[in-house]
Design a binder for this molecule. Sequence first.
Ligand code: PLP
Length: 365
Amino acid sequence: MDIKTLANRGVLGLHPYQPGKPVEELERELGIQDIVKLASNENPLGLSPLAKTAIEAATAELTRYPDANGFYLKQKLAERWQVTAEQVTLGNGSNEVLEILFRTFVSPDSEVIFDKHAFIVYALLTQSVGATAVPVASKAWGHDLEGMLARVNDKTRLICIANPNNPTGTYLQPEAIEAFLAKVPSNVLVVLDEAYYEYVKPEQRGETHQWLNRYPNLIISRTFSKAYGLAGLRVGYALTSADIADLLNRVREPFNCNSLALAAATAVLDDTQYLEAGIALNQKEMARLESYFKERALPYIPSVGNFITVEVGDANAIYQALLHQGVIVRPIAGYGMPNHLRVSIGTEAENTRFMAAMDVVLAQR
Ligand SMILES: *Cc1c(COP(=O)(O)O)cnc(C)c1O
C-alpha cells in the first residue's frame, strides 16, 4: 500500500523546507574561507553578553525539565508590554506560536487570508491543517487591507498580517491597522506578526499591545530571533486576550521552550545597549545598501526591517553567482518574486563584502 494515502489532508501539498547547506560545508566545497551569510535576517552583532552569561548559568540545571510555564519570562514580558502574564503564550520561536494558533483555531473547512507575498509560514500552516488559503494581491508590494476585508466571508477564521512584512520589508502605519481591525468581524481572528517590531522607528511603531482590550480577536506575535539575536535558541511569544492564551496553552506542548532559551530571553530583555546598537547599525547599513542599489540602478523595495529586497533580473542566477563569491543571500521565488533577492543587513564589513561581490557578478552579466 502507498503510505502517502494515509497522510492527513493537505500534507501531500506541502514541500519540505529547503535548508541551505551548513556554511562550513559550503566553504569546503567552494574552497572559500570566510563566507558571509546574509540570508536569514539574523542579528549580525553576535550574542548579547547578558544572554551569554544567563545561558552559562542555566547549564547547571540542564538535567531538569524547563519551567513549563516560563514564569520569569512571561512576567517580564507582561511588565514590558503592560499586559498580564496570563495574556502571554511562549513558543519555540514565533513560528511555533503561529503553529499553535493554527492548530487551535483553523480547521479544514475554514479559510485563511494573507498577502500574496507574505511570510511563507502562513501558507504552509494553512496547507498543513487542510484549510483553504485566500491569497490577496499586494499593493506596491505591501498588504492591501481593503482587499483583505473584501475577501472575508462566513468561512474566514484567520487573517495574517506581517508588519513589517517579510520578504518585502513593507510597513503599514498603526492607524491603518487599527482602522482595519475596527472593520473586521469579531469572529475573525487577526494575527499581527511583528517579528521585526524593534527595527521600526519608535515614532512609527504602534503600541499594538494596547489594542488587546479593544479587539479580543487580535493576536500579536513577536520574537527573540531577530533584533534580540537569539534565532538559534528558538523563542517567540504571542500577546492576546487571556481567553485566547488559555486555549493556546491547552494545545501547546508543555516544555516547548527550553531552559537556555528561557534564561537567555529573560536576560536579553534587559540588554538595552545590545538592542540599540543593533538597531543603529541596521539603520546606518540599510542606508549604505540603499545608496549602493541606487548607484547601480537596481530597484529596491524600501524596507523598515533588517533586510532589503532588490530586483536583479534572473535572481537565481545572481544568487548562484554571489554564492561563488562567498556571499549567501536569499532567493525568494517561493514568495512569487523570482526577480528579487532578499539581503539581510549585516555588519559593515559583511555588507562591504556583499557589495563587492555584487559588483563582480554584475560585471559578469
Ligand atoms: C523571522 C520571522 C518570524 C519568526 O521567526 P521565529 O524565529 O520562529 O521566531 C516570524 N514572522 C516573520 C514575518 C519572520 O520574518
